[in-house]
Design a protein. Structure first.
Length: 94
């Protein structure tokens, strides 16, 4: 199993985080390689916090590659890149 985690810092997170969560959640129905997909908006707002998170699982690395290159993912990524300040990612196998 592959777990893909992305943390986002956003411009105007109160506006863009809910939109991005909805766009990302919509990928579950469009990309069959996704096993599970979770999004969430941070409520702590600490100095270490990012504004939102994405956690996606895949059966294998090949499925992650398909997701990464999928046209629907590319469209969501365009919106995210237009409104993000920073992001961090971790991909691990368990």
């Amino acid at each position: 199993m592959i777990t893909h985690i992305v943390l986002f810092q956003l411009q105007e997170p109160e506006v863009h985080a809910p939109i991005i969560c909805k766009l990302l959640q919509g990928l579950k129905d469009k990309i069959p390689q996704i096993c599970t997909l979770q999004t969430g908006v941070d409520f702590m707002r600490s100095e270490r916090s990012y504004d939102m998170a994405l956690i996606v699982t895949f059966r294998n690395r090949e499925d992650l590659e398909i997701y990464d290159k999928h046209s629907d993912h590319a469209e969501v990524r365009k919106y995210i890149h237009a409104h993000r300040l920073a992001s961090k990612t971790v991909d691990f196998e368990d």
